[in-house]
Design a protein. Structure first.
Length: 91
Protein backbone atom coordinates (compact mmCIF):
# COMPACT_ATOMS: atom_id res chain seq x y z
CA UNK A 1 0.00 0.00 0.00
CA UNK A 2 1.24 3.45 -0.90
CA UNK A 3 1.05 6.13 1.74
CA UNK A 4 1.29 9.91 1.51
CA UNK A 5 4.89 9.90 2.76
CA UNK A 6 5.90 7.88 -0.33
CA UNK A 7 4.20 10.42 -2.58
CA UNK A 8 5.74 13.34 -0.72
CA UNK A 9 9.20 11.77 -0.98
CA UNK A 10 8.74 11.39 -4.72
CA UNK A 11 7.60 15.02 -5.01
CA UNK A 12 10.69 16.13 -3.09
CA UNK A 13 12.94 14.11 -5.37
CA UNK A 14 11.31 15.59 -8.48
CA UNK A 15 11.61 19.19 -7.35
CA UNK A 16 15.09 19.02 -5.87
CA UNK A 17 16.81 16.49 -8.11
CA UNK A 18 17.45 16.43 -11.84
CA UNK A 19 14.58 18.80 -12.70
CA UNK A 20 16.08 21.45 -10.43
CA UNK A 21 19.48 20.90 -12.03
CA UNK A 22 18.00 20.97 -15.55
CA UNK A 23 15.60 23.90 -15.16
CA UNK A 24 16.89 25.92 -12.21
CA UNK A 25 14.85 27.64 -9.54
CA UNK A 26 11.15 26.77 -9.67
CA UNK A 27 10.32 30.27 -8.41
CA UNK A 28 12.20 31.87 -11.30
CA UNK A 29 10.70 29.40 -13.79
CA UNK A 30 7.17 30.11 -12.58
CA UNK A 31 7.80 33.84 -12.82
CA UNK A 32 8.80 33.34 -16.45
CA UNK A 33 5.60 31.34 -16.99
CA UNK A 34 3.61 34.16 -15.36
CA UNK A 35 5.37 36.72 -17.56
CA UNK A 36 4.35 34.73 -20.65
CA UNK A 37 0.74 34.51 -19.40
CA UNK A 38 0.82 38.25 -18.74
CA UNK A 39 2.04 39.00 -22.26
CA UNK A 40 -0.75 36.87 -23.72
CA UNK A 41 -3.59 37.98 -21.44
CA UNK A 42 -2.63 41.51 -20.41
CA UNK A 43 -2.99 40.45 -16.78
CA UNK A 44 -0.59 40.83 -13.88
CA UNK A 45 -0.16 37.24 -12.70
CA UNK A 46 2.55 36.17 -10.28
CA UNK A 47 4.80 33.13 -10.08
CA UNK A 48 2.47 31.82 -7.36
CA UNK A 49 -0.48 32.20 -9.73
CA UNK A 50 1.37 30.13 -12.33
CA UNK A 51 2.02 27.37 -9.79
CA UNK A 52 -1.65 27.45 -8.74
CA UNK A 53 -2.65 26.96 -12.40
CA UNK A 54 -0.51 23.81 -12.43
CA UNK A 55 -2.29 22.65 -9.27
CA UNK A 56 -5.64 23.25 -10.99
CA UNK A 57 -4.51 21.16 -13.96
CA UNK A 58 -3.52 18.30 -11.71
CA UNK A 59 -6.81 18.54 -9.79
CA UNK A 60 -8.71 18.36 -13.07
CA UNK A 61 -6.77 15.26 -14.04
CA UNK A 62 -7.61 13.55 -10.75
CA UNK A 63 -11.27 13.88 -11.66
CA UNK A 64 -10.91 11.57 -14.66
CA UNK A 65 -8.05 9.44 -13.28
CA UNK A 66 -8.41 9.51 -9.49
CA UNK A 67 -5.78 6.85 -8.83
CA UNK A 68 -3.09 8.12 -11.22
CA UNK A 69 -0.08 8.44 -8.95
CA UNK A 70 1.73 10.96 -11.15
CA UNK A 71 -1.06 13.54 -10.79
CA UNK A 72 -0.98 13.35 -7.00
CA UNK A 73 2.80 13.53 -6.82
CA UNK A 74 2.87 16.52 -9.15
CA UNK A 75 0.06 18.18 -7.18
CA UNK A 76 2.14 17.88 -4.00
CA UNK A 77 5.20 19.21 -5.77
CA UNK A 78 3.32 22.20 -7.18
CA UNK A 79 1.87 22.98 -3.76
CA UNK A 80 5.41 23.23 -2.41
CA UNK A 81 6.47 25.38 -5.33
CA UNK A 82 3.43 27.65 -4.85
CA UNK A 83 4.44 28.11 -1.22
CA UNK A 84 8.02 28.98 -2.20
CA UNK A 85 6.65 31.51 -4.70
CA UNK A 86 4.39 33.05 -2.03
CA UNK A 87 7.34 33.42 0.34
CA UNK A 88 9.47 34.96 -2.43
CA UNK A 89 6.68 37.48 -3.14
CA UNK A 90 6.82 38.64 0.50
CA UNK A 91 10.59 39.18 0.41
Amino acid sequence: MVNRADLLEEAITLTTGDRHKDYGSPVETHQIIADIFNAITGRNLTARDAAVFHIATKLARTRTSPTKRDSWVDLMAYAGIAYECAVAEKE
